[in-house]
Design a protein around this ligand. Structure first.
Ligand code: KIV
Length: 283
């Protein structure tokens, strides 16, 4: 069993140029498969809103949903670094609210750190959480919780003015004490600048090469079919596998092929006569 990592292991990976590979997970079996495969980190992302709960975004996701799924993932991956994703409006109101809710991830769901979206505008919340002794990962660029303000799920930093805002966010996240930052949906040039400028690890999704990559598990396994983002790469098509399995099951039950003899329980040896008498007694 691999030794459980700490923040300095991830810092050392950046120094050595070793990629950190992570994936989202929301349940016990997926987390256990990810741990068995040697995934470096698991994010219990608020993408659960779309992938698990069928919402059309992350905004409706609640603290209780996040905590429940974090607990399931921790049970499946006891030795993997787990990131709890703070949902919309769980850290926006005040530093006190942010610290209190971040603490719930650590105390109730045993996550190793929390992630929250935003840079300059949430720097005070990051500082407050870090001061409480909780590790924070920033999330900048395309931040889905504020997609309405961004005008949709659009790549950021594609012109100089927008790139400046992303870079300022990255600097603010590091200055506030975050141990790492996730950059989403920005051009490679901007990501590379941030990766070189920051001392902390810079991870990406739709941001090109940097210190590591994350993918949403539904995209990676071909389980989320509503849409595939430009940066999503399918490593399997489980939607096809699952649909075929359900169809085969329906066909076999309808044709009385399932359950077959090997799926049935049988009487204990020598019980046939007693059972027949029992049946007769009901006549
Ligand atoms: O919630 C999530 O899955 C995310 C992705 C951008 C990785 O934050």
């Amino acid at each position: 069993m691999a030794k459980k990592r700490n923040r300095w292991d991830f810092q050392e990976m950046k120094t050595k140029g070793e990629q950190c590979v992570w994936v989202t997970a929301y349940d016990y079996p997926t987390a256990s498969f990810a741990e068995a495969a040697g995934i470096d980190m698991i994010l219990v992302g608020d993408s659960m809103g779309m992938v698990v709960f069928g919402y059309d975004g992350t905004v409706p996701v609640t603290m209780e949903q996040c905590l429940m799924l974090c607990k399931a993932v921790r049970a499946g991956a006891p030795n993997t670094w787990i990131i709890g994703d703070m949902p919309f409006m769980s850290y926006h109101v005040s530093v006190e609210q942010a610290v209190e809710n971040a603490g719930r991830f650590i105390k109730e769901a045993a996550t190793d750190c929390i992630k929250l979206e935003g840079g300059v505008r949430v720097a005070d919340k990051i500082r407050g959480i870090v001061d409480a002794g909780i590790l924070v990962m920033g999330h900048i660029g395309l931040t889905p919780q504020s997609s309405a303000a961004l005008g949709g799920f659009k790549a950021q930093g594609r012109d100089a003015a927008s790139a400046r805002a992303v870079i300022d966010d990255a600097l603010a996240v590091e200055a506030a004490g975050a141990f790492s930052v996730l950059v989403e949906g920005v051009p490679q040039e901007v990501t590379t600048f941030i990766q070189k400028k920051l001392g902390i690890p810079v991870y990406g999704i739709g941001a090109g090469l940097c210190d590591g990559q994350v993918q949403v598990v539904g995209d990676l396994l071909g389980l989320f079919t509503a849409f595939t983002p430009k940066f999503g790469k399918k490593y399997a098509n489980l939607a096809e596998v699952e649909t075929k399995a359900f169809k085969d099951y329906v066909d076999e039950v309808k044709a009385l092929k399932y359950p077959a003899d090997e799926h049935k329980y049988h009487l204990l040896k020598g019980e046939e006569e007693a059972l027949q008498k029992l049946f007769d007694s009901y006549k």
